[in-house]
Write a protein that binds this ligand. Sequence first.
Ligand code: GLC
Length: 534
Amino acid sequence: MGLEWWQTGVVYQIYPRSFQDTDGDGIGDLAGILERADYLSGTLGVDAVWVSPFYPSPMDDFGYDVTDYCDVDPLFGDLATFDRLLAGLHERGLRVILDLVVNHTSDRHPWFAASRSSPDDPKRDWYIWRDPAPDGGPPNNWLAVFGGPAWEWDEATGQYYLHSFLPSQPDLDWRNPEVEEAMFDVVRFWLDRGVDGFRLDVAEFVMKHPDFPDNPPAARGPSDGGAMGANRDMGAYSSLEHRYDKDHPDVHPLYRRMRRLLDSYEPARIAIGEIHLDLEDWLAYYGEDLDEFHLPFNFRLVYTDPTADAIGSLVDRIEGALPTGAWPNWVLGPHHASTRATRFGPDHLRLAALLLLPLRGTPTLISGDDLGLSEAEIAPEDQVDPWGIRVPGQGRDGCRTPMPWEPGPGGGFTTGKPWLPLGPAADARSVAAQMGDPHSILNLYRALLDLRRREPSLHAGAYRRLEAPDGVLAYRREAPGAAGCTVVLNFGEKPEQVGAAGTIAVSTDRRDEGTVVREAVVAPGQAVVLVDAV
Ligand code: GLC
């Protein structure tokens, strides 16, 4: 069976605020994405863009707090601009994935305004309202990801409502069929306009345990690097095991229904899920009959130590655990921990690129990865991310600095004052500066994306780990009737020789590309992709 575009392609995330501004307000907009469409399809050569939320919002969480799911915030444009953007991206062969914030709305969404207006309002049960505990405190011990208790007291109606994130992001009650119907209407609204799929925000949060038991204290045992709050210190949130406040099994029938809706379109549209769970629970989101998410995001590379052992075991483990027919996917940086903030660190950005793109499965790049942007230091007084403001150390601003397109004050991003400062070395890292340098990280990404597209073994082939010296990860990619590729990554401290032959198609240091070798010698911190002679 032939593979689908979402299997062979590469996804690129755009955080619209930080991509390209066209009206000088210092905030990127939809017209800006269209202006840069040729960069995406031609210069860089990705296949799909996932656009973070641009819906009307008070922007408490920069758009992840929606007041109207079927419109565009004036900051970003309007529906007509969206339609132009969609057509412009489609014309260039790019697919468009929208970010669907399913777990919560803004507290200023008319649904919540109605819900909060009275316990008797027909929309009361669209959200999760509970009486206080006998002592008058919150109904249970659940905590919000963004700090503090997950319950907010509503004086006027004498109940608490649940918010897994900010108090101004009340959780919808997906056990209420009216909520599902309303949200499925939203899905239809965008699918009818022609979008190619959705990335569901915090997809595992939507179903909580129906009895709302207290969460147990966290057993700080080893996590396999999947569960949010288990694999990195998220402050108080990490003190509990999030057993009951998310990932209730009832979530699966819901996503099967969602999938049926997507499949009812011609051609079928796709579902990507933001899911932070340990392996077994995460795998369940593919669906028992592969009838839920096409691509439940796999964030494990972000949290794995950059050693050959750790990464090799991770890849083997995932390859071994995937149900038959399930397609792997790899992310090196969600927009709150882009490659700018992974364990790879600034010295290993090139190695990270060669790790991500030749793996079997769909890679997702975060804008800025392509330029090797590092995480910016944002002074505490300049912080705007509500998470960082509420929970010290969790700020995401440093990973969201605007794309520098050319040297100069606004970096070609804006003629005004950028909403966040441009990151470090923005001039040197700008697209224009890097295009002129054959050894730049941007040109490395371009070469890798091009190779991946050209070589069937890379975008469609099987994966097989090879024996390699300590510190080295080596594997084969092979597809019937096509040249095989060997990928060798040296995470160690000394040069290593690997019994792999072929033409060096792409290498981190670029200088040896085109050379035919019988035994690859890879310097520390370097990597190569070899293509077999045919
Ligand atoms: C996801 C998004 C993040 C957002 C949060 C709440 O983690 O990636 O940006 O703040 O959900 O919607």
